[in-house]
Design a protein. Structure first.
Length: 243
């Protein structure tokens, strides 16, 4: 990593008035949570169509819940890493205004970030597949939870393939994107829309984009700074260089 590039990126962060961040599975990799498309990515082993679509849940809710139970168990044993913690510090300093995440692991909130918009939902939140009930799990599920109101199957309140994103959250996201004057994108392959386009909205309005990733992505050709390396190392290094 070129130290000058790191310094220049840190200067952009220091000079920004409305910095926002977009994070993906890569930021939690050093917390030992697998990504989706990386080397040991979940979608390399598991079939998304059998586990993360509304029709999969209708066909085989037991299998879908077994997969979520396994992920909840795994995530409950993991802790936020220095990358999550750096974003907390930036929020506390008033530097980071909003954190948009595609992650459902809840690690940003566990680390202490409060200005978080979870565009793909939350692995611990529940909703009824039939009525309006919404609830929360405080430990990994065990079997298919039943709705306390109507008795039908509860499902994880995450966005599955083929589903729309939550309108209220998206409205907040677009409001934040309109205000942002710089964007840091951490650990996402930028292959899933609409999140992949969020940084480009900031860019169109003249805001610089900083990308932190161990590899090049679909976004790399459009960014102002590509900081190659692990988020858990690059973010603390940027933090040290802030003025
Ligand atoms: P991906 O698995 O597609 O991409 C993870 C990215 O993180 C890759 O670009 C890796 O190079 C990078 N990466 C891995 N380790 C890293 C590290 N230590 N530091 C920095 N970068 C690292 O994950 P997402 O882009 O988050 O959707 O995937 C987007 C969505 O696709 C997910 O939210 C999920 C999935 O299907 C839903 O579940 C709806």
């Amino acid at each position: 990593m070129n130290v000058d590039t790191l310094r220049e990126a840190a200067l952009v962060i220091s000079n920004s008035e409305y910095l926002i961040a977009l994070t993906g599975a890569g930021i939690s990799k050093e917390s030992n949570i697998p990504t989706f498309r990386g080397e040991d990515g979940l979608w390399r082993t598991y079939d998304v169509m059998e586990l993360a679509t509304p029709s999969a849940f209708v066909r085989n809710p037991t299998l879908v819940w077994e997969w979520y139970e396994w992920r909840q168990g795994l995530i409950s044993k993991c802790d936020p890493n220095p990358a999550h913690n750096t974003l907390v510090r930036w929020e506390e300093r008033g530097l980071l205004k909003t954190l948009i995440t595609q992650n459902v692991d809840g690690l940003h909130r566990r680390a202490g970030s409060t200005k978080v918009l979870e565009v793909h939902g939350d692995l611990w939140a529940l909703k009824c597949s039939f009525c309006d009930y919404q609830g929360r799990l405080n430990k990994p599920a065990s079997g298919i939870p039943a709705c306390p109101l109507c008795g039908k199957h509860l499902r994880p309140d995450v966005v599955w393939f083929g589903e729309s994103l939550d309108r209220a959250i998206m409205s907040q996201v677009y409001t934040e994107l309109e205000k942002a004057d710089a964007c840091i994108v951490i650990g996402t392959s930028a292959l899933v829309q609409p999140s992949a386009s969020f940084p480009l909205i900031v860019k169109q309005r003249g805001g610089p984009i900083i990308e932190v990733n161990i590899e090049k992505t679909m976004l790399t050709s459009a960014v102002d700074f590509h900081l190659s390396g692990k988020a858990g190392e690059i973010l603390p290094a940027l933090d040290e260089l802030l003025t």
